[in-house]
Design a protein around this ligand. Structure first.
Ligand code: SF4
Length: 367
């Protein structure tokens, strides 16, 4: 069955939603400003990350890099370090590249035209719509996961939400909604839609009794909220295994920096290798670093990035003499010894940073 034409949402429902937002909007730090730079940072951080996680990161970021110029001129390592813990580091790199582009191309002023915003690295239709509407009050549509849920439920769209036809319709509806925002409060209206999805029209057990759209909502009144949105089965996760070597000498560790053109480029890590299965970790260490060394498993860190489930086993060598330590150092291209103090200034790959926090880098205490 084809998708019906766009159903206009009655104006009194739009007013009701905005009135609800005025009363119930969460007090989030980036909602206290109209600075497009600050809103840009919040939108990038909020991609794939929950609000409560983002708040302290956003506050620290804005304190350290309060302006576009401060970010553009910062050391890349400092930028990555501040992002550490949020994951998806290309977002941080794109923010800095974007800040540099704004200085070079737009005279340091955040652009307010849609096509100019879209020229910034990492800024797509959603982010440009969010910044354009929230910071500049332009009537620009946005469609994120929350808005998908609210609109598909309200209109009773049962077709797969990720299909091209439903996506097209959602952008059409969002465009109409943003343009029809009461009192021309375009940014507030977009935020109201997202807020409704985040706090009331939640994925499981939406609180329809508190929803300003309840009286006209097809999912709530007819189809059933558990049937919409229709989310296609997600791609099966892929498991990947790694083995890392914790080589330590007098409170210094042998680490290396990842090449810029690889995933997590510029980040630091212990020497690590991808393996076909978890059981062959010691054999791989023997192959890479010499078969005469015996390795003890310090612990395991599990880590998820998009559809990858990663398992990293951290092994430390049993007693090594000075000669063996030197030989190991020579086996690790670009390996460098770093102390505790230096380590705290280096941006670390997430799983290795987790291992450090779990004390897997340190020798267990003697009995
Ligand atoms: S009535 Fe329920 S399902 Fe419909 S939009 Fe509101 S919260 Fe969502």
């Amino acid at each position: 069955m084809g998708i019906k034409a766009v159903v206009p949402i009655p104006h009194d429902r739009l007013e009701a939603l905005l009135g609800w937002f005025d009363l119930h909007a969460r007090d989030l730090p980036w909602r206290r400003t109209k600075d497009p730079y600050a809103i840009w940072v919040s939108e990038i951080m909020l991609q794939q990350t929950q609000v409560k996680t983002v708040i302290p990161f956003w506050l620290r970021w804005m304190k350290t890099f309060p302006t576009i110029a401060a970010l553009a001129e910062a050391e890349p390592a400092e930028v990555l370090k501040l992002w550490q813990g949020l994951g998806y580091y290309s977002r941080a790199r794109n923010l800095q590249k974007g800040a540099q582009l704004i200085l070079a191309t737009f005279d340091g002023r955040f652009p307010d035209r849609l096509e100019e915003m879209l020229s910034l690295p990492g800024v797509g239709r959603y982010t440009a719509g969010a910044i354009g509407s929230i910071a500049f009050n332009h009537p620009l549509p946005i469609v994120d996961g929350n808005i998908v849920r609210v609109i598909t439920r309200f209109l009773g769209i049962t077709q797969p939400a990720k299909s091209a036809s439903v996506q097209k319709k959602l952008w059409q509806v969002a465009t109409e909604l943003s343009a029809s925002a009461p009192l021309q409060r375009h940014g507030d209206f977009n935020q109201a839609l997202m807020e409704l999805g985040a706090t009331v029209c939640t994925p499981r057990q939406p609180i329809c009794a508190h929803c300003p759209w309840k009286s006209s909502c097809r999912a709530s009144n007819k189809v059933g909220v558990d049937k919409i949105p229709n989310l296609e089965p997600t791609v099966k996760p892929t498991h990947r295994w790694f083995v890392a070597a914790v080589i330590q000498q007098e409170n210094r560790w042998l680490v290396r920096q990842r090449p810029e053109d690889e995933v997590n480029g510029g980040f630091w890590e212990l020497p690590v290798w991808e393996i076909d299965s978890q059981s062959i970790g010691p054999a791989r260490l023997a192959q890479e670093l010499g078969s005469h060394i015996r390795w003890d498993l310090r612990g395991t860190v599990k880590h998820t990035i998009t559809r990858y489930r990663m398992t990293v086993d951290f092994y430390a060598p049993q007693i090594l003499n000075g000669k063996e330590v030197d030989r190991l150092h020579r086996s690790i291209p670009a390996g460098r010894w770093v102390s505790d103090a230096e380590l705290s200034t280096l941006p670390l790959v997430n799983s290795h940073s987790k291992a450090l926090r779990q004390n897997l880098w340190h020798k267990p205490l003697e009995d």
